[in-house]
Design a protein around this ligand. Structure first.
Ligand code: PXG
Length: 292
């Protein structure tokens, strides 16, 4: 089904959208990206995603060839051109074409791509019964090597953990940081509930600060759910009352089994249920309109 892709200032049919084999995004994973979602004609937390993209780019000294405002308008334009209302939006900025060496200075033009597609949602069963996850033997990148706060095109760290998850027949894996504390999952942040308190690792534990994570923290405040950002180990996960993951694609997804241990009573907990309900309500009413 022919969709349009935005590629460096032009609209190209997606099957004809090509980038150079000398692009450093391809050669070295040198670039940044965002995964954004639109619900019923509105883009959810668009400005937050754009802000994170610009911050990721700044962290690697990468120039984005549009202003945040221009990018915002372009994203809406691509969605309109493809007549999408519920969509997954992938914005990719790569270092662009250079030579075979590492030097980013040899790449004069960064490349900006906006891909939009239908969203493939997880089966409703996962939200009702919870997901089983494992802990990966692959540690999350250390803050001093490649800060996980940068949403870079270099996702091999996460892919290695994902391989382990799929090899064990599950769809997500918990990644610990170099010190053995829980960081996050391969494409989702992690929360636990212990003694009525909602807990998630802080940014300095070495995580991507998820937009969905921020929304959950906001919702918890509104619902008077006690919340704490702190580091914890797998022991806290195994002994938690509730556990769930958050991400743009997954939204809020309950976890009921970790490394073969049953979490809480094995059913989706009450705090998780409230947050899922509130999150869904928010996605229905909030967001930047595409067609206005
Ligand atoms: N941690 C990591 C490492 C991520 O990549 C999240 C947390 C959640 O962040 P947001 O802002 O989405 O709440 C992510 C983002 C996919 C896919 O197709 C998902 C992400 C990245 C790339 C692809 O499932 N998740």
């Amino acid at each position: 089904m022919g969709r349009w892709v935005y590629l460096n200032g032009e609209y190209v049919p997606q099957e004809e959208a090509k980038i150079s084999i000398f692009d450093h995004g391809f050669l070295y994973g040198d670039g940044v990206f965002e995964g954004i979602r639109a619900y019923k004609g509105r883009v959810f937390r668009l400005d937050e995603h754009i802000q994170r993209l610009f911050r990721s780019a700044r962290a690697i000294s990468l120039k984005i060839p549009l202003s945040p405002h221009e990018l915002r308008e372009k994203i809406k334009e691509v969605l309109r051109k493809n007549e999408l209302k519920d969509a997954y939006i992938r914005v990719v900025v790569s270092r662009g074409e250079g030579d075979l060496g590492l030097d980013p200075e040899k790449c004069p033009y960064s490349q900006l791509i906006i891909i939009t597609d239908k969203i493939s949602i997880y089966p409703e069963k996962f939200y009702e019964e919870g997901l089983e996850v494992i802990t990966s033997s692959v540690r999350r990148n250390s803050l001093s090597a490649l800060d996980p706060g940068i949403k870079s095109l270099n996702y091999l760290n996460n892919i290695l953990a994902k391989l382990e998850a799929t090899a064990k027949g599950v769809s997500e894996a918990i990644m610990l940081n170099n010190h053995g504390y829980v960081a996050e999952c391969t494409g989702d942040n992690l929360f636990i509930v212990e003694g009525g308190v909602l807990v998630t690792p802080p940014a300095w534990a070495g995580i991507l600060k998820g937009i969905t994570r921020d929304v959950v923290i906001e919702l918890a405040r509104e619902e008077n759910i006690n919340f704490e950002e702190k580091v914890f180990t797998l022991f806290s996960v195994y002994t938690s009352d509730e556990c769930f993951l958050t991400g743009t694609a997954a939204e809020i997804i309950p976890v009921t089994r970790v490394d073969g241990r049953v979490i809480g009573d094995g059913r989706v907990g009450s705090v998780t249920k409230i947050l899922i309900k509130k999150f869904r309500e928010l996605t229905e009413k909030e967001g930047v309109p595409i067609y206005e």
